[in-house]
Design a protein around this ligand. Structure first.
Ligand SMILES: Nc1ncnc2c1ncn2[C@@H]1O[C@H](COP(=O)(O)OP(=O)(O)OP(=O)(O)O)[C@@H](O)[C@H]1O
Ligand SMILES: [Mg+2]
Length: 323
């Protein structure tokens, strides 16, 4: 049974899509069959995975799966990476928010669409739009867990309280089993004192809910999307690539029974555009290596959602104050 993870943060431009695409590609490299559901009408995840946006006009998209005009299986496309698939989106999806308003069980449409294919994948990552509207509610209803990309910047925690409140409402009313996958800090620039303060602040408050891996600000990560490629196929030696491989390693270890053998790689199954053997060896070494050192002090586990209503003194306020 595949694990469905919603990547969500209603703040715009915090790295949701970059994280969805590159985490998914890294999981696929570890031979975990992974589906990216582009659930944002901006369609950025689709483009970043090489989907021809112009050709989408004649094809079924996630919108059609949502309103029952196609099955999700009919919508899914393969990508340049074996084991990695995408259910693309375009601006049609904006219409779904309006069209579904009057429909029965409108918040469960995505869950119903996923049900038929859930067993076919190891991971299903949903790239959410920057809002807490019906699309995000559908994502959190369909999800087994949610992962929050948080940008290392001013007011990093702004809006997180609202997101966690939405999560708690969804748990109470629709999806009691919704788990936290964790927070991943993105666009970290070590030269910036403020970014270091944000990391400390978030780690102090959310403790082990925060992934050890911190995604650095890396220009190669911003470039690769415009070439329609995950970073693995664009610059495997970049810091950004290394970080997402490490994040995938953490996600796998958080989701793997302890007795499962580490991920294996099969270069012979590579598509023509795959990295060469030396690069694959490097990826494999990354997965075998111990995790990269955490930024900030390690801390005891405290569930993210214990902080559903973090007191201002402990979360948003000091964060914004410190920032
Ligand atoms: N680690 C990074 N280093 C440098 N640039 C990055 C990094 N992560 C993301 N970016 C760039 O920042 C911008 C926003 O990233 P992204 O699209 O992933 O955010 P988002 O949260 O999905 O945005 P939206 O809310 O609009 O969907 C993009 O131009 C992306 O290429
Ligand atoms: Mg996005």
């Amino acid at each position: 049974m595949g694990k469905v993870i919603a990547l969500t943060n209603q703040k715009g431009g915090v790295g949701k899509t970059t994280t969805t695409v590159n985490l998914a590609a890294s999981l696929a490299m570890a031979e975990r069959k992974t589906l990216v559901i582009d659930f944002d009408p901006q369609g950025n995840a689709s483009s970043a995975l090489g989907v021809d946006r112009a050709a989408l006009a004649d094809k079924k998209t996630i919108y059609h799966a949502l309103i029952g005009e196609a099955t999700l299986a009919e919508v899914i496309q393969s990508t340049e990476i074996d084991y990695l698939f995408v259910a693309p989106a375009n601006t049609d999806l904006t219409g779904a928010e309006i069209e579904l308003v009057t429909s029965f069980a409108r918040e469960s449409k995505l869950k119903a669409a996923i049900a038929a294919i859930k067993d076919d994948y190891d991971f299903i990552l949903i790239d959410c739009p920057p809002s807490l509207g019906l699309l995000t509610v559908n994502s959190l209803t369909a999800a087994d867990s949610f992962l929050v990309p948080l940008q290392c910047e001013y007011f990093a925690l702004e809006g997180l309280t609202q997101l966690l409140h939405t999560v708690s409402l969804i748990r109470q009313n629709i999806n009691p089993n919704l788990q936290e996958e964790g927070i991943v800090l993105t666009m970290f620039d070590g030269r910036n004192n403020l970014a270091n303060q944000v990391v400390q602040e978030v780690r102090t408050h959310f403790k082990d809910s925060v992934f050890n891996t911190v995604i650095p600000r890396n220009v190669r990560l911003s470039e690769c999307s415009s070439f329609g490629k995950p970073i693995l196929l664009y610059d495997i030696d970049s810091k950004g690539c290394l970080a997402y491989l490490n994040l995938a390693k953490e996600v796998l270890s958080r989701n793997q029974p302890k007795d499962v053998t580490p991920p294996a790689f099969h270069p012979e199954r590579a598509a023509p555009s795959y990295p060469n053997q030396a690069q694959l060896d490097k990826i494999e070494a990354e997965f075998d290596a111990p995790g990269n050192p955490p930024v900030g002090a390690p801390a005891e586990a405290t569930p993210l959602t214990q902080s559903t209503t973090p007191s201002p003194a402990k979360s948003d306020k000091p964060a914004s104050k410190a920032l």
